[in-house]
Design a binder for this molecule. Structure first.
Ligand SMILES: *[C@@H]1O[C@H](CO)[C@@H](O)[C@H](O)[C@H]1NC(C)=O
Ligand SMILES: *[C@@H]1O[C@H](CO)[C@@H](O)[C@H](O)[C@H]1NC(C)=O
Ligand SMILES: *[C@@H]1O[C@H](CO)[C@@H](O)[C@H](O)[C@H]1NC(C)=O
Ligand SMILES: *[C@@H]1O[C@H](CO)[C@@H](O)[C@H](O)[C@H]1NC(C)=O
Ligand SMILES: *[C@@H]1O[C@H](CO)[C@@H](O)[C@H](O)[C@H]1NC(C)=O
Ligand SMILES: *[C@@H]1O[C@H](CO)[C@@H](O)[C@H](O)[C@H]1NC(C)=O
Ligand SMILES: *[C@@H]1O[C@H](CO)[C@@H](O)[C@H](O)[C@H]1NC(C)=O
Ligand SMILES: *[C@@H]1O[C@H](CO)[C@@H](O)[C@H](O)[C@H]1NC(C)=O
Ligand SMILES: *[C@@H]1O[C@H](CO)[C@@H](O)[C@H](O)[C@H]1NC(C)=O
Ligand SMILES: *[C@@H]1O[C@H](CO)[C@@H](O)[C@H](O)[C@H]1NC(C)=O
Ligand SMILES: *[C@@H]1O[C@H](CO)[C@@H](O)[C@H](O)[C@H]1NC(C)=O
Ligand SMILES: *[C@@H]1O[C@H](CO)[C@@H](O)[C@H](O)[C@H]1NC(C)=O
Length: 421
């Protein structure tokens, strides 16, 4: 089963033309084991010891046309970083629970370095024609990481699910719990559908579970993220540098920082492109933002010790948010081109090297939180010469006091019914 990128783009276009739900089943039908006619069941020690070697041997045995089963009711402990980038025509049927060990020293030394923002992953799953499903759970054992991060922000917290270099695949019907940081990183991948993923898990101590993004896409194209429920404390979905042709639809996000483009332009000398993004039918509650675009200005600034930058170049273009329902969300729309720089004068002195253009925001409804009342949104760029053609339509969002105001600035060609203060 190989579906070419061209097919995906054609389908994305068809979906946008009729502005309706995009049918990912047409894009990548699930193989199940119709042609996976070998079956390998993963053994487990059953006593809390590392089961990684059983996982590897089952996968090696069933690669190229087989079906690997993690049995229902079984708990598999993973204490070894697994490089699974060699997968080819295989189904991973995860019915049981996979839990990663709490050995923070081991994982900091051995988790896979993905270079971008010092990200690391417990495992890396890549190759081609891979289906992962089964209704089971991946548990990142995050508590120990949340507590350690409170003591040292420079620790390397692994990402729970690393989709790295996957060409053609479906990841669906899974529960993701207690990730040490982001739940999903999708890097160097194309033609991948994520569907029916349930994300949840917070801290049980006074130390919050920080940076628990639902998905981050990076250097990837033709990705669909759909039909999922996310309960987290950072971006629900975030499009990082070089994310193109992406559909996000039918999500319910609670507690997040919104569906975000960026942050982009963080690194001097790098070119970040985010284009052809379609976000459709997303409900967000208890969040800081609904639709969000964050771009660093042309000058370096420090947001915090482990998050600083600015001065990079590139472009955000052709991004559509269509059908966003909010409740208790601080800003329905938040666009900044001065990310990380509180001094607006300084930001305007050094406009971003990363342009924002052709942004469509339509069919937004609901009520914001009282946090920024009377504002319901903010759209502040660094200069109209690098930011324009933003269209807002059919936004019925109100603040708790009934206002519909935005903070706006430095945008060329802001179209639609936008009442700026
Ligand atoms: C398994 O499936 C492959 C591809 O569909 C086919 O060529 C092969 O004959 C099958 N083998 C068995 C034992 O059914
Ligand atoms: C197909 O998968 C089902 C369970 O998902 C399993 O019982 C069956 O043995 C598999 N068949 C083959 C040929 O792998
Ligand atoms: C780590 O896990 C082991 C085995 O499950 C457990 O005995 C230990 O208490 C855990 N350590 C921490 C710091 O949570
Ligand atoms: C990843 O980078 C960290 C920090 O530089 C290092 O300690 C670790 O060993 C690296 N991991 C691998 C698998 O190379
Ligand atoms: C990556 O880690 C190094 C070493 O801890 C730190 O100096 C740097 O700021 C980090 N970079 C990012 C982008 O977080
Ligand atoms: C919108 O998304 C929700 C949540 O996933 C889903 O229940 C609903 O069917 C979707 N609506 C449409 C028109 O696709
Ligand atoms: C993004 O793509 C552009 C154009 O292909 C390329 O020049 C740039 O190096 C890429 N940036 C990253 C971060 O991969
Ligand atoms: C905008 O993006 C969509 C895919 O998301 C694509 O179909 C369309 O052609 C793009 N428009 C332009 C002008 O590139
Ligand atoms: C929003 O947060 C409140 C307070 O924590 C909670 O009761 C409510 O269930 C949340 N809303 C949703 C849709 O999860
Ligand atoms: C903000 O930047 C401007 C221009 O560089 C500078 O004159 C001003 O002092 C800065 N304001 C603050 C509060 O740092
Ligand atoms: C980035 O922008 C700054 C200020 O606008 C400018 O001085 C610098 O040359 C730009 N850098 C690049 C790589 O474009
Ligand atoms: C806005 O669109 C017009 C017409 O396509 C174009 O000439 C202009 O450069 C665009 N402005 C920005 C800032 O992208």
């Amino acid at each position: 089963m190989h579906i070419s990128a061209l097919t995906v783009v054609a389908l994305l276009q068809a979906s946008l033309v009729c502005a309706s739900a995009f049918n990912a089943d047409v894009l990548l039908p699930r193989n199940e084991n119709r042609s996976r006619n070998r079956s390998c069941t993963v053994k487990s020690n059953g006593n809390g010891e590392d089961d990684s070697r059983f996982v590897l041997s089952a996968i090696n045995e069933c690669n190229n046309g087989g079906h690997v089963i993690f049995e229902k009711g079984q708990k598999y402990i993973i204490g070894t970083a697994l490089d699974l980038t060699f997968l080819k025509s295989i189904d991973l049927d995860i019915q049981g629970t996979i839990q990663f060990t709490n050995d923070t020293d081991y994982w900091q030394a051995n988790a896979f370095n993905q270079t971008f923002q010092n990200a690391t992953t417990f495992f890396q799953l890549g190759g081609s024609d891979v289906n992962v499903y089964g209704g089971g759970t991946l548990d990142g054992n995050g508590q120990v990481w949340y507590d350690l991060y409170a003591k040292d922000i420079y620790i390397l917290r692994p990402i729970l699910f690393g989709t790295i270099g996957l060409r053609g695949g479906r990841i669906e019907d899974l529960n993701l719990r207690y990730s040490p940081q982001w739940y999903n990183l999708v890097a160097n991948s194309s033609d991948v559908v994520f569907s029916n993923i349930n994300i949840a898990g917070g801290s049980s101590s006074k130390n919050p579970a920080k940076n628990t993004d639902g998905w981050d896409t990076y250097r990837s194209s033709d990705i669909v993220i759909q039909n999922s429920h996310i309960d987290n404390g950072d971006d629900c979905v975030s499009f990082k540098p070089n994310s193109t042709n992406i559909v996000v639809q039918n999500l319910i996000c609670n507690g997040s920082h919104g569906i975000s483009v960026g942050s982009l332009g963080q690194y001097v000398g790098e070119v970040d492109i985010v284009k052809n993004i379609y976000v459709h039918n997303v409900t967000l509650s208890n969040a800081t933002s609904g639709a969000r675009i964050k771009v660093w200005p042309g000058i370096s600034s420090a947001l915090s010790g482990d998050l600083q930058g600015g001065g990079g170049s590139g472009a955000v273009s052709n991004v559509t948010y269509d059908g966003i329902t909010i409740s208790n969300v601080d800003y329905a729309i938040e666009i900044t081109q001065c990310y990380g720089q509180k001094n607006l004068t300084l930001c305007q002195e050094y406009p971003s090297n990363l342009t924002i253009s052709d942004i469509t925001l339509r069919n937004f409804s609901g009520i914001t939180s009282a946090k920024h009342d009377p504002l319901i949104g903010t759209m502040v760029c660094s200069s109209p010469s690098v930011c324009g053609n933003i269209t807002v339509s059919d936004v019925t969002v109100k603040s708790p006091s009934g206002t519909t105001l935005y903070e706006c600035g430095n945008i060329e060609g802001l179209k639609g019914m936008v009442e700026c203060v």
